[in-house]
Design a protein around this ligand. Sequence first.
Ligand code: URA
Length: 240
Amino acid sequence: MIRLDKYIAHSGISSRRRIKQLIHDGLVTVNGESVNDSGMRVDENTAKVYMDGQRVYYRRYVYLMLNKPAGYVSAREDRHYPFVTELVPEEYDYYRVYPVGRLDINTEGLLILTNDGAFAHKLTSPDKNVYKKYFARLSRPAEEADIAVFRAGMEFKEFTAKPAKLEILDDPREVYVYIAEGKYHQVKRMCDRVGKSVEYLKRVKIGSLELDESLAPGEVRELTDEEMRLVFAQEDIFAD
Ligand code: URA
């Protein structure tokens, strides 16, 4: 049993303030009865709650896709810089989502935010082999020989990177890099290893989930059920 205002807040459809107002105005019904007590206890498994005529479903977790803009840190808060949760619409406040893994402040692109710890753990664990794909623009053209260096895996002082894929695009200063982990500055360090520095970096894919390019930088939306599945549906990236 949980409080009615909490139940509705956990549906992600309205802000806490508006919910209180709607309950106060008698626009919320529970099991067919109009109610006006925000603190009333409801059974989150069986209650039929309607708000302003619309059915409201309690959800414990929420999963959001953000097209991260440069200039934001991947954290719930920061004293010096803007942080990604500032970009999350207020109706999700109640979930207290946090970013799954980190993109550097100047990295753009696909970032998932959730309040589901088990999901976050699964996604960031290198053992699960969820490859993350990045588009990078380099200071110098990538060379064919670099591909094998990435493919062999790389030793760093705090970890050994699993085999990674380097795909050279038509303009050889532009590449896709696929990595299984997401260690500190990993893509930048791997490119440095072959003598190129990264001038621009954007994550475009996690597992088989692609960044929705129709999301403008800074925009957020919920993942669909199909997209949730794609996150862990890893293609064989070394296939061809
Ligand atoms: N690798 C990096 O170097 N930076 C990122 O933001 C992500 C991966």
